[in-house]
Design a protein around this ligand. Structure first.
Ligand SMILES: Cc1cc2nc3c(=O)[nH]c(=O)nc-3n(C[C@H](O)[C@H](O)[C@H](O)COP(=O)(O)OP(=O)(O)OC[C@H]3O[C@@H](n4cnc5c(N)ncnc54)[C@H](O)[C@@H]3O)c2cc1C
Length: 500
């Protein structure tokens, strides 16, 4: 391993901070990660309630199958551990239920399986489906990073499809209005919006799902611990309960950062894994960053947030589901999950796999997209100090979700032993995510460049990582970690190593 004792201080031990830290530590840099919470992980955090481990923000993701991008990055770091993941194969299905016509769809994995399974419900669309699947794979080819291909030049040619919104792109290939909504079933994994979310984001998430999604076994925090151990085994440090409260600068350079405990850290490079708008608020001198940049950071809209219902079941009452299940109120709702007109309009739910998983499950996690507007009235409150009205509202929300789950699992209410809920306020307070956003900034097909924040900033020794830059989610945050690391190590440095 190279020895490079340049120092790096990372703000936030979410997936982005830990992964970027692991890459840089692996390449010989001296890495320090500062996390405000008592627990590392951000969206990878798990918590124990009613004797069960519940994951908070990472339930289903792709790229970990043989040859997948996430797996290859983990293998390069020497941290791939198959026992942490539960994989699916071509025989498995995701399921989608649409309440409007009481219809269930079983959607198979694998390119062929996907087309075949949906053609069974929409026989006249078989050719369209095949063309559509070809088109989503083609779009992912326009994102070389998705395949961990080194960049050949700064100039990338894109097809017209690349600049379409996801809904327009789907409509171009599929003529049946119901099927258009069905193929967008994984919308809660990318917070898709009509006329806005770029087609390539829909394509990346769809391809990850079609290639074979996976889930964490025994808790996503085990993966966060793996990353921390990697950093520390390379001589780095990961500190918890060490929230960054201010940033000191001189001209266009950060000189130090200070934490709530009054500790000061200095480094050659500072990397932020927190929401860029929150980062800007930490500067003692806000003018360290140009006004136009600050305005842009503050003005990009955030993606929708989520309400989470965690259910603990009575022993041996509810069957384990070996797939992710999706619910939609009406076909036309698929692009409106973040709407304030009505709630809930759709959600995903799963029974997280355990080590030695048996026939029954002890728990279920339901992730229900929700606009920040629903909790805005309580935005001045903090965790542990909410109001009775807020608690009553959360209880009503849980009932709404259970009512819908009953349509699919008529006896579910009798199986429930206890529930726990989290709202967009919880996400805001635990991760520091602005407006509790699930997937960072809204990416806009009408202005792809402006809605993307580069990893480099106007401050040469400040870099960004995490879900607000490029892509969100497990795959997106991992890929961005490479971009951020290469801003220090040199273009294609990591990619060339991964590719041998
Ligand atoms: C309910 C929910 C469900 C989701 N489900 C999925 C899913 O199934 N699949 C998927 O791929 N993605 C999912 N996502 C998205 C995924 O969780 C995120 O994209 C990803 O975890 C973001 O990682 P990050 O490192 O960018 O940010 P975060 O995980 O938010 O990490 C930021 C870290 O910075 C810390 N921090 C904040 N302020 C400070 C400070 N001042 N000083 C020090 N530390 C600070 C926070 O405590 C946190 O640990 C979900 C998100 C949510 C909210």
């Amino acid at each position: 391993m190279d020895t490079d004792k340049r120092t790096v201080c990372i703000i936030g031990a979410g997936l982005g901070g830990l992964f970027t830290g692991a890459i840089l530590a692996h390449e010989g840099l001296q890495v320090t990660v500062l996390e405000k919470n008592a627990t590392i992980g951000g969206g990878l955090q798990s918590f124990r309630r009613f004797g069960e481990v519940f994951d908070t923000g990472m339930h289903v993701f792709g790229g970990m199958q043989e040859g997948g991008n996430g797996r290859r990055i983990c293998e390069y770091l020497g941290i791939f551990d198959e026992s942490l993941f539960s994989f699916v194969n071509d025989d498995k299905v995701d399921s989608l239920y649409v309440a409007e016509d009481d219809k269930s769809y079983d959607i198979r994995y694998g390119r062929e399986g996907f087309v075949k399974s949906l053609s069974a419900y929409f026989p006249d669309q078989q050719d369209n489906l095949a063309r559509y699947v070809d088109a989503i794979y083609r779009l992912t080819e326009e994102v070389p990073m998705f395949y961990l291909r080194p960049m050949k030049s700064d100039f990338l040619m894109h097809s017209d499809d690349f600049f379409l919104s996801a809904d327009a792109f789907i409509a171009k290939y599929i003529s049946d209005p119901k099927l258009r909504s069905v193929v967008a079933f994984m919308n809660p994994l990318y917070a898709g919006q009509a006329d806005t979310t770029p087609a390539y984001i829909h394509s990346i998430v769809s391809v990850l799902c079609i290639n074979g999604p996976c889930r964490f076994v025994g808790g996503s925090d085990l993966f966060a611990n793996k990353l921390r151990d990697k950093i520390e085994s390379c001589g780095g440090k990961v500190y918890t309960s060490e929230g960054v409260s201010s940033i000191q600068s001189e001209g266009r350079n950060i000189t130090s950062i200070t934490t709530t405990k009054g500790n000061t850290y200095t480094a050659d490079y500072y990397i932020s894994d927190i929401h860029p708008a929150t980062l800007i608020g930490l500067f003692d001198d806000p003018t360290a960053l140009p006004k136009a940049y600050r305005n842009r950071i503050n003005e990009i809209p955030n993606s929708y947030s989520a309400f989470t219902l965690n259910i603990k079941f009575k022993p041996n009452t509810f069957p384990y589901l070996d797939h992710t299940a999706y619910y939609m109120e009406r076909y036309s709702d698929v692009w409106n999950f973040g709407s304030t007109d009505s709630w809930p309009l759709g959600f995903l739910y799963m029974t997280p796999p355990e080590i030695n998983q048996g026939e029954f499950t002890n728990k279920m996690i339901v992730t229900v997209p929700m606009s920040w507007q629903y909790v805005k009235q309580w935005e001045g409150t903090t965790f542990g100090h909410r109001t009775p009205e807020y608690e009553a509202w959360k209880a009503r929300c849980a009932e709404e979700v259970i009512d819908r789950l009953e349509k699919l699992h008529p006896n579910i209410r009798q199986c429930i032993e206890a529930i726990n809920t989290a709202s967009p306020l919880t996400i805001r307070d635990f991760y520091g995510a602005k407006e509790g956003c699930m997937c960072g900034y809204v990416k806009d097909s009408k202005n792809i460049t402006l809605s993307h924040i580069p990893v480099v900033t106007k401050i040469p020794n400040l870099l960004l990582t995490g879900q607000c830059v490029n892509l969100h989610g497990f795959c997106g945050v991992l890929l961005t970690s490479i971009n951020t690391s290469e801003a220090i190590l040199g273009i294609n440095y990591v990619l060339n190593k991964i590719n041998g």
